[in-house]
Write a protein that binds this ligand. Structure first.
Ligand code: CP3
Length: 364
């Protein structure tokens, strides 16, 4: 990127320091799905535009990524590029629709291993996902250094599950039938997705992403044995290959979020990610004891506490930050994405309380 315009200098690097294990003056905070339907300004944008049209139009993706940064001015310590984990199945040749009120829908999911032949053989991310790279570069300029920009992918097992289920599912029976009946072909599919994840993450950093997160949202649907076989090796491979390809000069901190995979916390601390994101089923003190300072921890308030009223939000944040500590290896977040019906004031109170309690605990 020698001929590109240089990015504006970063004014708030709190989250990068926390991820690298450096001391911070307070716990940085951002929220998974912080740009989205709980914001009236996002809903207004969605009246005009289809979800994937927003993802594919860099001006719109930039605008929506900045919405929470502007609304909660000075309270968020990171932005995350507006996109979706399902852009990878699209790049591999599958059609994905976003059905209002229902979520993602694949009209032609993978049914049998033979269907893998329908997927693109060699995915050129610079062509298929160029629009994400353009959105990242544009957003990084528009942010003007206010906060770092996070890029992301869905992890291979989670993406494979969507590609086979064709959308959300309570049991993941179809995807599980694949891993139990066709383990060899399942590994082949996971490997093909992994290859795209690696290229896509590396490209996001070259486009301007300053931190990366891998979402294994359906990790916990696998028990420990199957997680070790069908998720963990690919998560490890992604961290290792992305770092090798970026080299020292372009290295950025990486976060892994394996929702529901509480049993894997020790192993997740050993596979090359600087940060492990936790859902709310973890007790902070126990998570710290398990990870022993090897990684930064991120999380983990139950997103539903945001429906619980002011007292519940304040007391939960206090407990959370006192549990994790405020100045070392900790990034405050929810334990999963913010839900669409959360009042905007509740999100504001969450962020303000993280700042207040974070500074108080730091001063103790
Ligand atoms: O955090 C952000 O604001 C950045 C953008 C972002 C979106 N999706 C926007 C989105 C990110 C990081 C994602 C990741 C994502 N997408 C995940 C991993 C995180 C998680 O929640 O576990 C998953 C599993 C998906 C797949 C997906 N996309 C689902 C299941 C849904 C439907 C559920 C829902 O909330 O409607 C989406 C749609 C989606 N992705 C929306 C947004 C803002 C809402 C779509 C709409 O506007 O109609």
């Amino acid at each position: 990127m020698t001929d590109a315009k240089p990015f504006p200098p970063l004014k708030n690097d709190l989250i990068l320091r926390a991820a690298r294990g450096e001391k911070t003056e307070r716990a940085p905070v951002w929220v998974m799905r912080q740009a989205g339907r709980y914001l009236p300004e996002f809903r207004a944008e969605r009246v005009e535009n289809d979800f994937f049209r927003i993802c594919r139009t860099p001006e719109l993706a930039t605008k929506v990524t900045l919405q929470p940064i502007d609304r909660y001015d000075g309270l968020l310590d990171a932005s995350i590029i507006f996109s979706d984990i399902l852009v990878i199945p699209q790049a591999m040749g599958m059609e994905v629709q976003m059905v209002p009120g229902k979520g993602p829908h694949f009209p032609e999911p993978l049914v049998l291993p033979g269907d893998m032949a329908k997927l693109n053989e060699n995915v050129d991310v610079n062509k298929e996902l160029k629009y994400v790279f353009e959105a990242i570069t544009m957003t990084r300029h528009a942010l003007n250094g206010r906060v770092p920009l996070i890029g992301f992918v869905g992890a291979p097992w989670t993406l494979m599950a969507y590609m086979i289920e064709g959308g959300g599912s309570k049991t993941l029976s179809k995807a599980k039938e694949w891993i139990f009946k066709h383990p060899k072909e399942s590994h082949a599919l996971l490997q093909r997705i992994t290859d795209v994840c690696v290229d896509f993450l590396v490209g996001q950093v070259h486009a301007g992403a300053q931190m990366l997160q891998v979402f294994e949202s359906w990790g916990g649907e696998l028990g420990p044995h199957d997680f070790d076989l069908f998720s963990l090796p690919y998560l490890a491979q992604i961290a290792k290959r992305v770092k090798a390809e970026l080299g020292h000069e372009h290295a950025v901190p990486m976060t892994v979020f394996a929702k529901g995979s509480w049993y894997a916390l020790d192993k997740l601390s050993e596979i090359g990610y600087e940060t492990v994101s936790l859902d709310w089923t973890h007790d902070p003190a126990q998570a710290k004891a398990t990870t022993k300072g090897r990684v930064t921890l991120q999380g983990n308030m139950d997103p539903n506490v945001l429906f619980g009223g002011d007292e519940a939000i304040v007391s939960t944040v206090e407990r959370m930050i006192r549990g994790f500590g405020s100045t070392e290896r900790y990034i405050a977040n929810l334990g999963h994405g913010i839900l669409p019906t959360v009042p905007v004031e509740a999100m504001g109170l969450f962020l303000k309380t993280v700042h207040r309690v974070g500074l108080e605990v730091a001063a103790e």
